[in-house]
Every structure is written in structure tokens, then in C-alpha cells.
Design a protein around this ligand. Structure first.
Ligand code: GLU
Length: 510
């Protein structure tokens, strides 16, 4: 299978330029499955130097709104999958929104009707329901009986006066063979497929018809999509034949499952991209996880940039079976990417989450303020799994005092070593008036406090950490002190000193 693709696109016989499409319906935010499909199309196209088209499939949605289309554009832009032609960017085969192409579908439907490959059907929903029942009663798979296949001209005239017909495709009796780029050869028995509707009575095409017309008109060469569409594929192949269009290649990617191996659903957690975006997941973490859902680099690598995956991508490394979307694994990817982010970008990404500290996405930050905030967010980047966890982690670095000591911090503050540690701290660090506390001064100072107390480093440093942060875990002490500066550090330690030696309760407010 892989050989065929490679021969076609990389070998001597490479005559065709790869063109793929994203074809989402505007029904809200894209979900994880959509994004994985877009990603595989994107990777395939970029790997082979091809083109990506964005087409909005809005013939089945009750109302198609600009806003809903914009949501798709925003989601794709945010995740970083770009397209060369299509909705929002234009191109030679537009319009790229199906609801604006009704005359195109009509034209092809008329051509099929005039050749006898399609016909008007006047059956009412009640009649069809009766037919269905009768099939089921006989223990057979329901399908359209073909009742309107051979209506006479007179009958057509009479019925047209009463009802608006649909257009049905006259399904031929040939077997359909799909040579799928991922699943291999699949044979379909067309005798189980009844004549299906291609144009509805409201003048809208059905999905199977519109998708074929559009993919052909837009010169799509490879259709990579979820395998829930496999049952549509024989219908589409028959339409390609009837319309005389060259058949594109199909690749059906197996579905994504929840960790408990059921179909990915909201029941087990969020599936919408917007959820992950708002919760502070990085696009590259999501893409990295999704790339490895179904595709493998052939070794044990996990952290891979989009560029690396693109360079190595091929459909012969896409598995035939389903893969599992594990939110915990995504957390892991996300924390890896957060750790690797440079402070400047990390701060930009964190800004929308810092509202409770009076900082906003569009805050005009001065150089010094920016630097301080960069230090703050960077100080906790090892301990968060997503950006929305930042405020909780950095809260202690804002404000003058510590709001409350957690249980383990209180133990240290009320413990026997707090007094010598904290008073030693004040003595050493109040020796200078300079507001700034540099790393060297801090390190030398802490060493002195430890030495003077003579009770061991941990017993000195833990009460100090507890006093400064209200906790016993967090960024390195020198980082905390650098961020807080001299005055706030000393004030916090002073406040804690009042709480030592049996005073219970929270931190003394300043
Ligand atoms: N609009 C369809 C979907 O979102 C596209 C199917 C296809 O790729 O043919 O599932």
C-alpha cells in the first residue's frame, strides 16, 4: 500500500499534485476527532508538497451562520493548521461553502437525470415508513424499493402537481471495490444499497452527493477521513463513476476511543477543542498527542514537533485499528511543552489567566513589569499541567502577605526551629537597604542563616519557605525571594515570626 503512494508521489510516476480538504460542518467548535482528521490531511499534504482546502459542509445543518463558520476558522488558526484555498482565503474553485453552491449541485443532478442515472421520487415520508416496516417484517434490511424508478411521463406530471420530488440516484448493480490507503481492499455489495436521495425536495443536496461534486470540482486527489464514513464510500464511488469524474484515493482513519475503549464521547471528559484551549493546553501539545493517535514514527519517540511529524509522515504508518485519547497523556504532553516554552511566550500565553491579579491579555506591560511577570510564570512552569493552573500556583507571589499557611507550612512555622531560622533571616537580610535581592546575595545570605543557626539546612530553610510562600513546595527559594524583593520577603518573615512558638491560626495579616 505504502509503495503505491510513494510511487505515485515520490517516484518517477509522480504526475499528480496532492490536494486534500478539511470538510467540517459548522455545528460548533471542532472536536478532537475533527482536529485529528484535519491534522492527518494537513500532514499528508505538507509532506507531499500539496495543497489543503477548507470547505464548509453546511447542507445538513439547520441554519448555517457566518459565526459558526468563523468558529471553525478560529479553531484551525489557533491550533495552527493552515490551508491554501477555501473558506476565508478564496481560491479558483469557490465558493467553498456548500450552501452557496446549490446551482452547482442542481446542474450535476440534472445531468444525471437526463442520462437516466437519477430520477425524481415522489414517495411521501409515510409511504417510505410503510415500506421500511414491510422490509423489517420480512426480516430484511430496509432500503428504497425503487417504486419511482420507472414512472411514466403522465405519472410524473400528475405527481408533480401535488408534491415536490426528491432526486434519487439509480444504483447500478456492479460490485464496488475500494482500495483504501489505510484499510486495504474492501468489497461492497451494491445490492444492499437502495437508490439513495441526492437532492432533497428543498433543493439542497445530500451529503453524499455534495461531497462528490465538490471533491471533483475542487480537484481533491486524496480523501482522508474518519472510518465512520466507510459506509458512505461505495455510494460516493458510484457517483464518481456515473458523473465521469476521476476517482480520488480514499484513506479511512480508525476512530478515537476513550481510555475505557468506548467511542470518544463527552461522558468521559471534554472532547471539544474549545475546552482544551480555555483550560490552557498548548496547540503543539494537542497536535503532538493527536499525531500519535493512529500514526507512529516507527520507534518510541513521543515528543515530536509538527515539523518532525510532517517530515516523517506517511499513511503506511497509520494503524488500521482504533487509538485511545487519554486526557492524562495529554496532560503529560502539555506539561512537557510548558516546561520547554521560553519565558516570553509563556507569559503571553499565561496573560489571559492572570485576571485576578489585575493583569489582562491587553495589559500594557512596562519592561520591568514584564520581566517580573515572566519570572513569576517561569518559576512555576515545572509544576503545572495547563496554563489555567498558573493563578493558583503563583497567587502567593502577589500581594504583600501570605493569605494562609497550608497545614504542612503551619507545622514548620509552629515548630521548634522556626524562631532561630526566621529571626536569623531578618537579621541577615535587613542588613541592606537595596530593594533588589540578587541571586548571589540571597544564596550567600541563606548560607549565613543556616550557619548561624547550626541546626541543619532543612530545619532552617523549611520555616523560611513556609513563611514566604505559605506552603512547603514551590519554586526554588532564591527565585521566590528574587521575585518578592527584600521588603516583602522580610515583612512576610516578620509576620510569620509572630505566629511561631504556639500561636495558632493563619498568617498574621500585614
Ligand atoms: N462534513 C463531513 C464530516 O464532518 C465530511 C466527511 C468527509 O470527509 O467526506 O464528517
Amino acid at each position: 500500500m505504502a509503495l503505491k503512494i510513494n510511487q505515485l508521489h515520490e517516484g518517477e510516476g509522480m504526475t499528480e499534485k496532492v490536494r486534500v480538504r478539511f470538510a467540517p460542518a459548522p455545528t460548533g467548535h471542532l472536536h478532537i476527532g475533527n482536529i485529528r482528521t484535519c491534522l492527518f490531511n494537513w500532514l499528508f499534504a505538507r509532506h507531499y508538497n500539496g495543497k489543503v482546502i477548507l470547505r464548509i459542509e453546511d447542507t445538513d445543518v439547520a441554519r448555517s451562520l457566518d459565526e459558526a463558520c468563523q468558529t471553525i476558522v478560529d479553531d484551525l488558526r489557533w491550533i495552527g493548521l493552515d490551508w491554501d484555498e477555501g473558506y476565508g482565503v478564496g481560491g479558483p474553485y469557490g465558493p467553498y461553502r456548500q450552501s452557496e453552491r446549490l446551482d452547482v449541485y442542481r446542474k450535476y443532478a440534472e445531468a444525471l437525470i437526463s442520462r437516466g442515472d437519477a430520477y425524481f421520487c415522489y414517495c411521501t415520508p409515510e409511504e417510505l415508513a410503510e415500506e421500511r416496516k414491510a422490509y423489517l417484517a420480512r426480516g430484511r434490511m430496509p432500503r428504497y424499493s425503487g417504486k419511482c424508478r420507472n414512472l411514466s411521463r403522465d405519472e410524473v406530471e400528475r405527481l408533480s402537481a401535488e408534491r415536490t420530488p426528491v432526486v434519487r440516484f439509480r444504483v447500478p448493480v456492479d460490485a464496488v471495490i475500494l482500495d483504501d490507503m489505510i484499510k486495504g481492499e474492501i468489497n461492497f455489495d451494491s445490492s444492499t444499497i437502495g437508490d439513495f436521495v441526492i437532492m432533497r425536495s428543498d433543493g439542497f443536496p445530500t451529503y453524499n452527493f455534495a461531497v462528490v461534486v465538490d471533491d471533483a470540482e475542487m480537484k481533491v486527489t486524496h480523501i482522508i477521513r474518519g472510518d465512520e464514513h466507510i459506509s458512505n464510500t461505495p455510494r460516493q464511488i458510484m457517483l464518481y463513476e456515473a458523473l465521469g469524474f476521476p476517482r480520488p484515493k480514499f484513506g479511512h482513519v480508525a476512530m478515537i476511543l476513550d481510555p475505557d475503549k468506548t467511542k470518544l464521547s463527552k461522558r468521559h471528559g471534554a472532547t471539544s477543542l474549545s475546552y482544551y484551549r480555555e483550560a490552557g493546553y498548548l496547540p503543539e501539545a494537542i497536535l503532538n498527542h493527536l499525531a500519535l493517535l493512529g500514526w507512529t514514527p516507527g520507534d518510541t519517540r513521543e515528543i515530536m514537533s509538527l515539523h518532525e511529524v510532517q517530515t516523517e509522515f506517511s499513511l503506511d504508518r497509520v494503524s488500521k485499528g482504533p487509538s485511545v485519547f487519554d486526557p492524562k497523556k495529554l496532560d503529560w504532553f502539555n506539561s512537557q511543552y510548558i516546561r520547554a516554552s521560553d519565558p516570553d511566550r509563556l507569559l503571553d500565553m499565561a496573560l489571559p489567566y492572570l485576571g485576578r491579579f489585575g493583569i489582562h491579555e491587553d495589559s500594557q506591560l512596562g519592561g520591568e513589569e514584564r520581566e517580573r511577570l515572566e519570572k513569576i510564570v517561569t518559576s512555576v512552569r515545572d509544576s503545572i499541567t495547563n496554563l489555567s493552573g498558573i493563578p493558583e500556583e503563583v497567587a502567593f507571589l502577589f500581594g504583600d502577605g501570605v493569605e494562609a499557611y497550608d497545614e504542612s507550612a503551619r507545622k514548620w512555622i509552629e515548630g521548634p526551629t522556626a524562631k532561630p531560622a526566621l529571626s536569623g533571616f531578618i537579621e541577615v537580610f535587613s542588613g541592606s537597604d537595596a530593594a533588589e535581592l540578587g541571586r548571589e546575595e540571597i544564596q550567600a545570605g541563606l548560607k549565613r542563616v543556616i550557619g548561624d543557626a547550626g541546626i541543619g539546612a532543612r530545619k532552617v530553610l523549611m520555616p523560611i519557605r513556609a513563611a514566604l510562600t505559605g506552603r512547603t513546595k514551590g519554586p526554588e527559594l532564591h527565585v521566590v525571594m528574587e521575585i518578592l524583593g527584600r521588603e516583602r520577603s522580610i515583612n512576610r518573615v516578620r509576620a510569620a515570626l509572630l505566629d511561631t512558638g504556639g500561636n495558632s491560626g493563619g498568617a498574621t495579616s500585614l
